[in-house]
Design a protein around this ligand. Structure first.
Ligand SMILES: *Cc1c(COP(=O)(O)O)cnc(C)c1O
Length: 235
């Protein structure tokens, strides 16, 4: 077995075990394979092992891979920061964007989306642990942004996404993910038809699934370790 195929089996087993432990249906958690920094060949290998959804952080890199793999049944998710001069790349090439945190970006994405492509699927990125330099809307502003995004014709609001600081242990990871879950439920109660809670990565997917995640974004556990952001690409 190829390493990526083997890793995918292990990650799917972790997801199933976490669902079982949490009393959840394994089909209620989707796996997003985060392929940033890895080549198109690695994505083909994962596709051959049944993985169709891929996440990219760096727009130009992602767009190059999307072009190289055109024609394959892949679903592309933008999970990295989106500057306003890059919205067209996202609107044109991606199926999903998890990292919308301000109205201006959402408006541009909506305007630039070609209706023939169908709606762009959107999650609002929330800065759940309040880091001052981090991307994401503050939780108390998520509802206003959701209202504004829900009114944009080119977008379909699906849920929220969080990238908390790495937690020292399971209990700490659980505590922060439960806050994101709480916000997700508040928005649902406010009337938004949301079905996607994008949280959990290689290190904390179990805690995220216990907290209600519906989509875990897993990179290194599938593709192997990446060059550190300090020496390599910007994080
Ligand atoms: C890189 C990245 C991931 C995957 O992280 P791993 O620790 O490699 O699983 C998930 N989400 C976002 C937003 C990322 O940038």
């Amino acid at each position: 077995m190829l390493p990526i195929e083997e890793n995918l089996l292990l990650v799917r087993a972790r997801i199933s075990a976490a669902c079982l432990a949490a009393g959840r249906d394994p089909a209620s958690v989707q796996l997003l394979a985060v392929s940033k920094t890895f080549e198109a060949l690695a994505i083909k290998e994962a596709l051959a092992a049944g993985q169709q959804d891929f996440g990219e952080n760096y727009l130009q890199e992602g767009v190059d891979k999307i072009a190289a793999l055109r024609g394959l049944p892949l679903v592309w998710h933008c999970i990295g920061p989106v500057q306003s001069n890059k919205t067209r790349l996202v609107a044109t090439h991606f199926d999903w964007v998890h990292s919308v945190d301000r109205l201006k970006i959402a408006q541009r994405l909506s305007e630039q989306r070609d209706p023939a492509q169908g709606l762009l699927q959107v999650c609002i990125q929330v800065n759940i642990d309040g880091g001052p330099t981090k991307a994401g809307v503050m939780p108390e502003h998520a509802r206003d942004l959701a209202l504004q995004i829900a009114a944009l014709p080119g977008l379909r609001l699906r849920g929220i996404m969080s990238i908390p600081e790495p937690a020292p242990d399971f209990a700490a990871a659980l505590a922060v993910h439960l806050r994101t879950r709480g916000l997700f439920e508040e928005l649902q109660s406010a009337g938004f038809a949301l079905d996607t809670l994008s949280m959990g990565m290689s290190a904390d997917l179990e805690a995220a699934i216990h907290s209600g995640s519906t989509m875990v974004r897993v990179g290194s556990a599938i593709f192997g370790s990446r060059p550190s952001p300090v020496q390599g690409l910007p994080h």
